[in-house]
Design a binder for this molecule. Structure first.
Ligand SMILES: [Zn+2]
Length: 208
């Protein structure tokens, strides 16, 4: 395997930006660039990386602020889910594949926190979860465009059915560790404990 994942803590809201890169072809993808872009540019320069795509896990401002500047400096095309209302070059939906270096990324549509939330399954080993799943929690569902019912379906019909060994990389550093696994979260994350949809909605403070 020649894939590496660089996790970069940025801004004042404990956001994570990611650089996915192939150590042989030196091709990379930037996920959720925001604030502290010099950290990204420095890393690209030191490792002599080109940038093929920018992918946003969703389009809340704290995940897309750096899109324009990165794309201007590198020529990278911006990929977002088709429900996005923000400027982008390529729209994707559930099951679409994105290729770079010798790696493949499967788009997994996980609405709930926002209408355009996606997770990125990389080489069937790693899952970038954006604000759908954090270490020890899930994303808020009380924002405009949020939907706790969709969050339930994303967590319990999609995320929880994934392989226990998948390493998850969240959109914010809100947990006790910066990374985790699906298996660990299934056991320890209180939002992933077994609940019916009604129980989940009540738990999330949604009145029917
Ligand atoms: Zn968000």
């Amino acid at each position: 395997m020649t894939l590496k994942i660089e996790q970069i803590l940025v801004g004042r809201m404990a956001n994570f930006s990611y650089i996915l890169y192939d150590t042989e072809t030196l091709e990379s993808i930037i996920v959720d660039p925001s604030w502290d872009l010099e950290k990204i540019f420095d890393f690209l320069k030191i490792n002599k990386l080109s940038v093929k795509y920018i992918i946003n896990t969703h389009t809340h401002f704290d995940h897309i602020l750096g899109n324009d500047q990165i794309s201007l400096m590198t020529g990278a095309k911006v990929i977002q889910h088709q429900n996005s209302n923000e400027p982008h070059d390529i729209s994707v939906n559930n099951g679409n594949m994105i290729y770079f270096g010798k790696s493949k990324i499967q788009v997994v549509f996980t609405p709930g926190h926002s209408r355009d939330s996606i997770c990125l399954l990389i080489d069937d080993k790693y899952l970038i979860t954006g604000d759908t799943l954090f270490v020890g929690n899930c994303g808020r569902t009380d924002l405009p465009g949020s939907d706790a019912r969709q969050m339930y379906e994303s967590l319990f019909y999609t995320i929880i059915k994934m392989d226990d060994s998948l390493i998850i990389y969240p959109g914010h550093n809100y947990g006790s560790t910066p990374v985790s696994t699906i298996g660990y979260e299934k056991t320890n994350n209180f939002v992933l404990q077994e609940r019916t949809k009604d129980e989940f909605l009540e738990f999330m403070g949604i009145d029917d």
